[in-house]
Design a protein around this ligand. Structure first.
Ligand SMILES: Cc1cc2nc3c(=O)[nH]c(=O)nc-3n(C[C@H](O)[C@H](O)[C@H](O)COP(=O)(O)O)c2cc1C
Length: 404
């Protein structure tokens, strides 16, 4: 299995994000390993259909893993045959989910603080799994409790074929920056492949973190949600400068894959529209970040954690794709579904998206004017207000004194 991980570019498991249509798109751009959305072992073991559906894979997924969330050895035991029968290449144990609802129930990142329980789960995987297994770890539970070396070794001793390491603690969730020295510590502690994860948005950040940590491969989460073509950039070590039209074509492709997967009847279309609505809030964070302009900045702070300028002006489609505002995103999502379902992308692009983009720009302009007017009014009111000395605010004191 080592050659699967050597120089691998893994699409991270992401609830909602890494559904089958999105994974298919990422594989087309060069993701070499994919992982399902997180599945609750309790409901998979009960045979719930919703969870069974998450086991499906696209033919393009050449190395596909199923991620389980549990803290109960018996649930894990019950799920293994189901996952194996589904044809997955590996099973992944989630030890990174920071969501309070899960950690309060002793699952996800809480396992980093409950090593006896983690060990019991690893024992089940060691004894009962007939396919390889991986473990997805964070640095530790909280600052001062970074125990990546211990957890990485535990995973190795129980036979994990690889580990993924996100260089943040549970306490950090997604704040601060991912610490790739933690990935390095894991690499130095074990002989199995270590997949480094956290804050990769450009090929040069990927190179930098790989060099620093010595990781076997990379796992990409939000970077893929922002630009699914990141896998091609990482493979080719290049910045792709895609036009808005090219990006729209990619989003349309995704829309079509979603309609194929979720169904193109009214119910399917509503599901796809709600997914796209969510996706546009990530797609709109895309900015072209060429190496020569951004490399230095990326060394100071990961670009994915850096707030980049909003785009209010410029080519309408560019502004539209960077657009914010819930109602605009919903309009965009509905339009994409309508267009993909009608299969007239070019006509739609010219007749519907452009006017929508122009309307958005008009809104921005109006908002900016309103803001400027509001600011001017406040300024005028301030000037008209008597100061604490009883004198007009900006008037030279001597000039306003009577008989001076
Ligand atoms: C929307 C979203 C959903 C996520 N869901 C999961 C999940 O189900 N299982 C998991 O192990 N990690 C999950 N993660 C964490 C990612 O797998 C990854 O570790 C994290 O985002 C850091 O990588 P990045 O900086 O490349 O995004 C999720 C992240 C995001 C943004």
């Amino acid at each position: 299995m080592l050659n699967r991980w050597e120089n691998s570019i893994v699409l991270a498991p992401m609830s909602k994000g890494s559904n089958l249509p999105f994974r298919r798109l990422c594989c087309e751009f060069g993701a070499t390993v994919t992982v399902s959305e997180m599945i609750f072992a309790s409901s998979l073991a009960q045979g719930k259909r919703k969870d069974q559906a998450l086991l499906r894979r696209s033919p393009l997924e050449k190395c596909f893993g199923v991620q389980l969330l549990t803290n109960r050895p018996e649930e894990l035991s019950a799920c293994l045959p189901i996952i194996e029968a589904s044809g997955a290449d590996f099973v992944d144990l989630n030890c990174g989910c920071p969501v309070t609802e899960m950690t309060e129930r002793g699952m996800g990142a809480q396992l980093l603080d409950r090593l006896t329980r983690l060990e019991k789960l690893l024992e089940v995987l060691e004894k009962e799994a007939h396919i390889p297994f991986t473990v997805k770890l964070r640095a530790g539970y909280k600052a001062g409790h970074v125990n990546i070396q211990t957890t990485a070794r535990m995973a190795q001793e129980h036979g994990a074929c690889a580990i993924a390491v996100h260089g943040r603690t549970r306490e950090q969730r997604y704040t601060g920056t991912a610490d790739w020295n933690v990935v390095k510590q894991a690499v130095e502690s074990v002989n199995i492949p270590v997949i480094g994860n956290g804050d990769i948005l450009t090929w040069y950040e990927a190179q930098d973190r790989l060099n620093l940590s010595g990781a076997t491969g990379l796992m990409i989460g939000r970077g893929a949600l922002i630009k699914p073509w990141i896998f091609q950039e990482l493979r080719e070590k290049t910045d792709l400068d895609l036009t808005p039209q090219e990006r729209i074509a990619i989003y349309l492709r995704l829309t079509n894959y979603m309609l194929e997967h979720f169904g193109d009847d009214a119910h399917g279309q509503r599901t796809v529209s709600s997914f796209l609505f969510w996706h546009f809030d990530l797609f709109n964070r895309y900015r072209y970040l060429p190496y020569d302009q951004y490399y230095e900045a990326s060394l100071q702070h990961p670009l994915i954690q850096t707030r980049l300028n909003n785009i209010y002006d410029g080519p309408p489609l560019e502004v539209a794709l960077a657009g914010y505002g819930k109602s605009f995103r919903q309009d965009m999502a509905n339009l994409f579904v309508k267009c993909a379902a009608e299969k007239h992308p070019q006509v739609w692009l010219e007749n519907e998206l452009l006017p929508l983009a122009q309307k958005l720009m008009e809104n921005y302009r109006r908002q900016a004017e309103e803001k400027a007017a509001e600011k001017a009014l406040k300024e005028a009111q301030k000037q008209a207000q008597p100061s604490s000395s009883g004198l007009p605010f900006n008037e030279p004191i001597a000039d306003s004194l009577p008989n001076s």
